[in-house]
Write a protein that binds this ligand. Structure first.
Ligand code: E4P
Length: 221
């Protein structure tokens, strides 16, 4: 499973990239706005930090405008993946841009039928939003399972990116369901490290070691 960071914050990206486990980045207009830097500039900076797929989303809602914006975003860096919303105009733009060789991440997917549309339009990535489905009282993870099954049935090459992941459990369940990619905020990737038995075990190892070898060092001096 590839790990993407769902943030446009450069400090968070640097910290997680230093662990050597970040395969890419997803952004959206809300995340870019939070950083207060123009989309193209921030995407360029992100590409300098992480060497992997970097999703940059269009803000137009009309196909011709999306295509113009998408071509411009794709020119920023070879790693840019253009993100389009799963609306009629977005699917139209996806079909055209995909044929030009521009890689498309179709976002805001909330059903298997929508995922089929994206795959048929040649999407490189589909982004089903788990947390937002949980928020309205539906089991978001079922959508990941459904899309993985549907794509496998027809050998669609579109990668399933589990998005809107809010907890380590979401990450593990997405991996079990066979999602190719999980995108998560820094807080979630950081939480994946935590286990009380790891801390307790390490504490004991070091206590045991230091008890013997610190005394030996003192004696041998
Ligand atoms: C992914 O591409 C989306 O930007 C993101 O996962 C949305 O997450 P949220 O529902 O927590 O805002």
């Amino acid at each position: 499973m590839k790990f993407f960071l769902d943030t446009a914050n450069l400090d968070e990206l640097r910290k997680a990239a230093a662990w050597g486990i970040v395969d890419g980045v997803t952004t959206n207009p809300s995340l870019i706005a939070k950083e207060g830097v123009a989309m193209e500039d921030q995407i360029r900076r992100i590409c300098d930090i992480v060497d992997g797929d970097i999703s940059a989303e269009v803000v137009s809602t009309e196909a011709n405008e999306m295509i113009r914006e998408g071509r411009k975003l794709a020119k920023i860096h070879k790693n840019v993946v253009v993100k389009l919303p799963l609306i009629r105009e977005g699917i139209k733009a996806c079909s055209i841009l995909s044929k030009e060789g521009i890689r498309i991440n179709v976002t805001l997917c909330f059903s298997g039928g929508q995922a089929l549309l994206a795959a048929k339009a040649g999407a490189y990535i589909i982004s089903p939003f788990i947390g937002r489905l949980d928020d309205i009282g539906t089991e978001g993870m079922n959508l990941i399972r459904d899309i993985v099954t549907i794509y496998r049935n027809y050998n669609f090459p579109t990668q399933v990116l589990a998005a809107s992941l809010r907890s380590p459990l979401h990450v593990v369940e997405s991996a079990k369901a066979g999602a190719h990619i999980g995108t998560m905020p820094f807080k979630v990737i950081d939480m994946l490290f935590n286990h009380p038995l790891t801390d307790k075990g390490l504490d004991q190892f070091l206590k045991d070691y230091n008890k013997v070898f610190q005394e030996t060092t003192v004696l041998s001096k």
